[in-house]
Ligand binder design. Structure first.
Ligand code: NAI
Ligand code: MG
Length: 347
């Protein structure tokens, strides 16, 4: 069966890192068909929207989506994000965002004295509601009385499915689940979240669950990352925590993610955690590791487990032996790293 993969290279460094992820996948010789979709900020300037009206139908006709990043200084970020990734996550109901934060051997860690044995976390981000529900409004614009409301939305269904999924993942790993909320200061949404965690915990006696306030968790990630296994958190909290996690695993260029709806037939969307990095775009220096790692997650999603593992092995070989891009202590180009991963595949 041929895997139909939609390719959303996007803006900035997106096309640069996705080109490498694609050449790595192509080198595997799998039955696979790419559909290149030219959506993003250039498309916006031409058509007045980041994606066409039938974008969700187009994506839905594929088995998976590989995405770079979208966003450009010429388009307001709330327009580009809501016109692309946030819209896709919500409308395809890709409710879980899995973000492995593992420090690979050879990649420098900013935490003194820590190495790969200390950093192996998996973040599960609620991906469709919470603080990014898109509910709110503004009134009395430009007047001193101007008001802006941004309402967090937590539904029992939404919290329960992502928490349950996190428990399942914890069961497959080291059996520890940390749930991050702020239910001392926020009295409604996160209190519901905590209650759901307690309820679902009863179904998974093999998992040790702990509730941690998000601010304390940020400190603990720096002080003692080895004490964390699976972390589940709301849309905003996990967004912030996973940039910190990315830094701990060597930088934004290293981090990968999977937007999925476990158990549903909808195509998963796989993307590096980083954005379009306009500050380094066009220079050929972006780190493609997060994009290549995301491609490995995609291959697993479409049932190509051996290929997914082979890509991870090759990526780990290259991180350990080089070449590396400058953000992780090397001086090589995006292309040189991609080429090296391809070479390591057959090595
Ligand atoms: P960013 O992740 O693009 O960049 C943050 C920092 O990390 C920059 O210093 C950048 O040079 C560095 N960096 C990022 N990717 C890298 C890579 N592959 N290799 C080496 N260094 C890398 O985040 P920023 O600057 O906040 O956002 C830039 C644009 O991207 C904005 O328009 C934002 O809205 C958009 N964005 C899009 C996302 C998406 O499409 N899923 C996610 C996050 C941001
Ligand atoms: Mg983010």
């Amino acid at each position: 069966m041929t895997h139909r993969i939609a390719l959303l290279s996007g803006d900035g460094v997106g096309p640069e890192v996705i080109a490498e992820a694609r050449q790595v996948v192509d080198a595997l010789g799998l039955p696979l068909e790419w559909t290149e979709l030219p959506w993003g900020s250039a498309y916006y300037h031409e058509h007045g929207a980041m994606m066409p009206d039938d974008a969700l139908d187009v994506l839905g006709a594929h088995d998976a989506v590989l995405m770079g990043a979208m966003g450009d200084p010429s388009v307001p970020d709330h327009v580009s994000l809501w016109g692309s990734i946030l819209h896709i996550r919500q409308r395809l109901d890709l409710w879980a965002n899995e973000r492995p934060a593992r420090l690979l051997a050879g990649i420098p860690c900013p935490l003194a004295g820590r190495g790969p044995a200390d950093v192996d976390m998996l973040f599960v981000r609620e991906n469709t509601e919470g603080e990014y529900a898109g509910v709110g409004g503004r009134a009395h614009r430009t007047l001193p009385s101007e008001v802006a409301l941004e309402t967090s939305v937590f539904t029992r269904t939404g919290v329960e499915r992502v928490v349950r999924h996190a428990f399942v993942l914890a069961e497959r790993r080291r059996g520890v689940l940390t749930s991050a909320t702020k239910s001392n200061a926020s009295r409604f949404g996160y209190v519901l979240w905590d209650e759901v965690v307690e309820e679902v915990a009863a179904e998974h006696p093999g998992v040790r669950v702990e509730r941690v306030l998000v601010d304390a968790l940020a400190a603990r990630m720096v002080r003692d990352p080895g004490s964390l296994d699976v972390v589940v958190a709301s849309n905003l909290f996990a967004d912030i925590l996973t940039d910190l996690a990315a830094a701990i695993q060597g930088g934004m260029g290293m981090a990968a993610s999977a937007n999925v709806a476990p158990g549903d037939a909808v195509p998963g969307l796989f993307e590096p955690v980083h954005g379009s990095a306009p500050d380094i775009a066009g220079q050929g220096v972006a780190n493609p590791c997060g994009a290549i790692w995301s491609a490995s997650l995609l291959l697993e999603h479409v049932g190509e487990r051996d290929a997914a593992a082979a890509v991870m092995r090759a990526l780990e070989d290259v991180c350990r032996d080089g070449p590396r891009t400058r953000d992780v202590g090397g001086s090589s180009s995006t292309r040189e790293v991609g080429d090296a991963v391809v070479a390591a595949l057959s090595g």
